[in-house]
Design a protein around this ligand. Structure first.
Ligand code: UDX
Length: 450
């Protein structure tokens, strides 16, 4: 099969590379000339484990190429995937569909032979119908169908998620479009991955509902963590204890500083706006969003409380800035709330992130960036783990203790077992681990309320 992917961002590039690995011929198109030049030269613009070798292998095999011109490939394609951005519209939180619509118009003018136009971008319910209107207007005499095929890729694990998904969702009622999509995903069919065909509107909503549900699980366990701190319970045990019930499931019950990234914050807001528009308020999703916003803001208060109530003149050693490990993505990262609040409270920050530094420097210019974890500890008053990169999971506490002014560790990701840092003389503050943590939790809750 021949495939064009419009938009060579995170989703477009990963999907294009993976379809070419399935044996299809894929052209990834982007308006950004520099990006395409870089890709042609073998430079991958994002950090995603395994992506560079996947791209390299398929480019060399002649199955994957890059272009700035849709006209080079759309006409010959069996399927055209629209994978351009749908950012939150400034002011109202609706998904901004201008890039999607522009792409659809351009594609329409280039169609030749039967083509399935597929939305891969996360788009509000009804977008497929709008694209259909555009195609009717601009390509009335051509043969095409519009399908929805949402992605469920996690950054840092995107290739595995594409190759071994829990399910593939395709929204179309056209038999002809189904056959094209079946052929595209044939290797997964053979692996017995569930491939669901639904109405287009259902597929569009599945993506939003999945993300909103996962976000809700996180906000739920984060609130339980706050409660654990007040009641002397341990959220790790509570999460395990409830997660072993198959009806609940153990994933996405890891308490932390609040969810960030390119999907959950944006998609939950867009879903709320869609629901408002049709007069169906989503109270649970709204509460999830509010709890997460408050939580991110409350994290700096925890650090200040662990410093004894004031950050003035204190130096904070911060490990991790990205919204999660194995990515260089800083979008909606909790660090974007934590760092400014600490600076405002009079602290200085020395930080280290294995991959996020370049991006972080643009967003958080007022901190000192260090070359490794220990370099930022030198002379610091407190050590804070914001992102759970693997290399922070086995810190040398003796070395850290010698470098730090005070042996205080705030672990916002609970990557250390109870008692482990304490055995090395550290005051340890995790998340939702009653007892020792309760005093700073109480302080931070008061600070948030006021
Ligand atoms: C998410 C969805 O998982 C994916 O299916 C969708 O297509 C895009 O959005 P991603 O944003 O890459 O993927 O990361 P994910 O691993 O889901 O984590 C999102 C955020 O939630 C991160 O900030 C992470 O730290 C946080 N999180 C996740 C928790 O705080 N606790 C958890 O238990 C899981």
């Amino acid at each position: 099969m021949r495939v064009t992917i419009v938009g060579t961002g995170y989703v477009g590039l990963v999907s294009g590379a993976c379809f070419s690995e399935f044996g299809h011929h894929v052209t990834c198109v982007d308006v950004n000339d520099e990006k395409i030049k870089a890709l042609k030269a073998g430079d991958i613009p994002i950090f995603e484990p395994g992506l560079d070798s996947l791209v390299d292998r398929n480019v060399k095999a002649g199955r994957l190429d890059f272009s700035t011109r849709l006209a080079d490939s759309v006409g010959a394609s069996d399927a055209v995937f629209i994978a351009v951005g749908t950012p939150s519209r400034r002011g109202d939180g609706h998904a901004d569909l201008s890039y999607v619509m522009k792409a659809a118009e351009e594609v329409a003018s280039l169609l030749y032979g039967y083509t399935v136009v597929v939305t891969k971008s996360t788009v509000p319910v009804g977008t497929g119908a709008k694209i259909e209107e555009i195609l009717m207007e601009h390509a009335p005499d051509k043969e095409w169908d519009v399908a929805s095929n949402p992605e469920f890729l996690r950054e840092g694990a995107a290739i595995t998620d594409f190759m071994h998904p829990d399910r593939v969702v395709v929204g179309t009622t056209s038999e002809r479009a189904r056959n094209v999509m079946k052929e595209l995903y044939r290797p997964l069919f053979l692996n017995e991955t569930p491939v669901m065909f639904t109405r287009r509107e259902s597929a569009e909503l599945i993506k939003y509902a999945a993300n909103a549900f996962l976000a809700t699980k996180i906000s739920f366990i984060n609130e339980m963590a706050d409660l654990c701190e007040q009641l002397g319970a341990d959220v790790q045990d509570v999460a395990k204890g409830i997660g072993l019930d198959n009806r609940i499931g153990k994933k996405f019950l890891h308490a932390g500083p609040g969810y960030g990234g390119s999907c959950f914050p944006k998609d939950t807001l867009a879903l709320l706006r869609t629901a408002q528009q049709v007069g169906t308020p989503l109270r649970i999703v709204q509460a999830t969003v509010d709890a997460n916003d408050n939580r991110k803001r409350a994290m700096a208060d925890r650090i200040i409380a662990a410093l004894g109530g004031s950050a003035k003149g204190k130096r904070v050693a911060m490990l991790g800035l990205t919204f999660k490990p194995n990515t260089d993505d800083m979008r909606d990262s909790p660090s974007l709330d934590i760092v400014p609040a600490l600076l405002k409270a009079g602290a200085t920050i020395h930080a280290y992130d294995p991959e996020g530094t370049a991006e972080a420097k643009k967003l958080l210019p007022d901190i000192t960036y260090c070359d490794d974890a220990y370099a930022c500890m030198n002379g610091a008053d407190i050590l804070v783990i914001v992102t759970e990169w693997n290399q922070f999971r086995a810190l040398d506490f003796d070395r850290a203790g010698d470098l730090l002014k005070n042996r205080i560790l705030v672990d916002l990701r609970n990557i250390y077992a109870r008692g482990e840092p304490q055995a090395k003389g550290f005051e340890y503050y995790g998340i939702g681990r009653g007892g020792a943590a309760s005093s700073i939790a109480a302080a931070s809750l008061t600070a948030t309320d006021s």
